[in-house]
Design a protein around this ligand. Structure first.
Ligand SMILES: Cc1cc2nc3c(=O)[nH]c(=O)nc-3n(C[C@H](O)[C@H](O)[C@H](O)COP(=O)(O)OP(=O)(O)OC[C@H]3O[C@@H](n4cnc5c(N)ncnc54)[C@H](O)[C@@H]3O)c2cc1C
Length: 447
């Protein structure tokens, strides 16, 4: 029987696993990437330590598409999210075995899975060694600019600057537009569109939230120019709540980093996914600035609880004791500074509103402000600052169990270029491994 030929475009996390899986099934595999070396993004994951999976039992529920939630009917029975169904056949357990067989020992830090070496490089080395062992033809510095399928033979042709590659099947694994310096410049979407696919609008996610302070209320005392840069550089343990038009979109707790543009840190990153998804559901004018940040005008707010482990009454009582002990001499900034970084205290002290007689007492006012700082959210940091994108190739146009195009037979997809995304914490790499494995298996065994 003729050996099946499979062309994998993109040698990132999903493409490397797709190529290995297809080659293990006996296919003749060629792997192309526009960068000089494979796995550029993989090397910077988890700050170079590569958080490669997550043992969260709710893994599939926390990964999803950005359009109206697409529940795809699975032939085997009850409807399920396609990501969930695929995680069941090649999830964290199978991924860990896959890497351990390749010589990557892993450890779990709570639910987060890392290579024991503490180096993403060891994960990449193992994958490329396996490509060599399986005689996958890897061609780097090779950008695919066009993709066509012969209606007569069903053969696919990928055009590059100097060559055309033919294959029975193509697996598109070109990533998103996030971190374009690693190779994923969004050109994969154009290739998918050439094959007739719809691209759900792509927005940066797992990135910083651009925020503004709400206008000062009447009676506010502002000695310094009021801006977020007052707090820049400070870190706070906080609970964040993101709302649109007063409706809660998502909540997240963790360390918050204050910046001159707004807020960053894992908790803010997690909420940026929900902010980006809300932009797709609520049509609005998006503008981009020179740095690539996306700006919008929506009634979106971020409410920050800076003392998440104490009730407001406890905070108030503690502040009252400090005020009484000092005979009322402690300045507001110092009182606030007993709970938060001095720069955040300075920001709060300069933005507090002091109402006249009949207004709240000082301890109540300070406690209320520590428990609820409200910022207006007006943008998302750009693609070059984002870890992932939401949006991409529309899921409903793919066979949910094989990730094969329903529009163009023999064309498969994997990784971030599909409209599936997850939070920080190993979920996105797990999707890359899972979808790469699924597409590689299906492409090599296609009848
Ligand atoms: C800073 C940072 C940290 C992260 N940390 C984590 C983490 O710890 N855990 C986690 O789960 N996720 C993490 N992520 C997200 C994760 O890295 C991605 O979701 C994952 O790598 C996506 O894999 P992929 O194969 O879909 O795409 P990519 O890894 O982006 O690979 C796509 C490849 O396709 C190539 N390509 C694109 N277009 C073409 C073309 N036209 N022709 C030829 N080649 C092309 C690119 O050069 C690239 O090599 C992080 C991301 C960033 C940016």
């Amino acid at each position: 029987m003729k050996q099946r030929t499979v062309l994998v475009i993109g040698a990132g996390a999903s493409g490397l696993v797709a190529a290995i899986t297809a080659a293990r099934q006996g296919a003749a595999v060629t792997l192309l990437d526009r960068m000089k070396k494979p796995g550029r993004k993989l090397l910077i994951t988890g700050n170079g330590k590569c958080n490669l999976s997550n043992l969260d039992p709710e893994l599939s529920a926390r990964c999803g598409s950005s359009g109206p939630i697409e529940i795809v009917s699975i032939p085997s029975g009850k409807p399920a999210s396609p990501a969930g169904e695929l995680f069941r056949s090649f999830g964290p357990k199978e991924t860990i075995s896959f890497f351990e067989e390749l010589g990557v020992a892993v450890r779990a830090q709570e639910l987060l899975v890392y290579p024991r070496s503490g180096q993403a490089q060891s994960v990449l080395n193992a994958l490329t060694a396996e490509l060599d062992r399986l005689h996958v033809k890897a061609r780097y510095n090779t950008e695919v600019t066009a993709l066509t399928r012969s209606a007569e033979s069903g053969q696919w042709t990928a055009k590059t600057e100097g060559w055309s590659y033919q294959a029975d099947c193509v697996i598109l694994c070109c990533g998103s537009k996030a971190a374009p310096q690693t190779g994923s410049d969004g050109s994969g979407y154009a290739l998918a569109a050439m094959a007739g696919h719809t691209i759900v609008p792509v927005l940066p996610a797992l990135t910083g939230l651009i925020c503004e302070l709400p206008p000062l209320t009447a009676g506010a005392e502002s000695e310094e120019t009021l801006s977020l840069s007052l707090a820049a550089g400070a870190r706070s343990k906080a609970k964040l709540s993101l709302s649109l038009d007063g409706h809660l979109l998502a909540e997240e707790s963790g360390e918050l980093q204050w910046t001159d543009y707004g807020v960053s840190g894992i908790a803010a990153f997690q909420l940026s996914r929900f902010a980006a998804k809300a932009l797709l559901q609520h049509p609005t004018v998006l503008t981009k600035d020179k740095k690539g940040a996306v700006h919008f005008q929506l009634p979106m707010t971020l409410s920050i609880d800076l003392v998440p482990d104490q009730a407001e009454t406890e905070v108030r009582a503690a502040l009252q004791r400090m005020i009484d002990h000092s005979g009322g001499t402690l300045p507001r900034k110092q009182l606030l500074g007993s709970y938060v970084h001095e720069r955040v205290a300075a920001l709060l002290a300069s933005s507090l509103s002091f109402e006249g007689a009949g207004g709240p007492d000082l301890a109540s006012l300070l406690a209320a402000n520590l428990k609820k700082v409200v910022l207006n959210v007006s943008g998302l940091r750009g693609f070059d600052q984002a870890q992932i994108c939401i949006g991409g190739v529309r899921l409903a146009e793919l066979d949910p169990l094989r990730l094969e195009s329903r529009l163009a037979p023999g064309l498969f997809f994997a990784g971030e270029m599909i409209d599936v995304d997850g939070p920080c914490g190993g979920y996105n790499l797990q999707w890359a491994w899972t979808s790469g494995h699924t597409a590689g298996l299906a492409a090599a065994s296609r009848i």
